[in-house]
Write a protein that binds this ligand. Sequence first.
Ligand code: COA
Length: 182
Amino acid sequence: MRRVVCTGERLGLREVTEADVPALHAVYGDPATTQHLPFAPRSPQEVAVLVDRALEAAAAEPRHLYVLAVVDADRHDVIGVARLQIETDHPHSAEIGFGLRHDQWGRGIGTDLVRLLLAFGFKQLGLHRIWGARSPANLPAQLAMLTAGMVEEGRIRHHVHTPHGWRDSIVHSALEDEWTQR
Ligand SMILES: CC(C)(COP(=O)(O)OP(=O)(O)OC[C@H]1O[C@@H](n2cnc3c(N)ncnc32)[C@H](O)[C@@H]1OP(=O)(O)O)[C@@H](O)C(=O)NCCC(=O)NCCS
């Protein structure tokens, strides 16, 4: 298994471990964080299952799923989670997802995280296309992806079913041959 380590100025990405469950629960268990996500806040047990699945996926060959802990580059504590899923039928393309602990929002870290995920996908994994889908109401995610260079592609109607009913998604993407590090 190839272990991911990816370092930016303020953030790093690394493989999740079982010891990260409480820190990841501080992200996925928070109703503020899941407000625009297609699932209800996760319990610690549900987060532990996610981590187990992430560890299994990390050992798969070929590997399609990267669930990564987002760490503060100075303090090394886990402040968020990032996910990159390579499409089985289109292995040049991957979907990203990301979330930060609520107390980290609004300092430009989310934008840095999208930049780091793009650099990881294009430079380390050799992908051609990276895309992300957000809730139409998720302004911080929209701005973070736009500022990092992911253009808006369009709307998928009733893309996901959430605890509040069907929800459209707005898709953003970046292409390797258009991408310049911003
Ligand atoms: C999306 C998320 C990672 C953004 O993180 P962040 O660190 O707050 O992002 P940034 O500080 O880089 O801000 C990005 C932009 O949104 C703006 N913004 C941040 N919070 C905002 C808010 N509450 N209302 C309006 N704009 C906001 C910032 O001003 C910035 O805009 P700018 O580039 O024009 O200055 C964070 O909100 C989060 O974890 N949300 C929950 C999970 C989620 O929705 N993930 C995305 C799924 S697609």
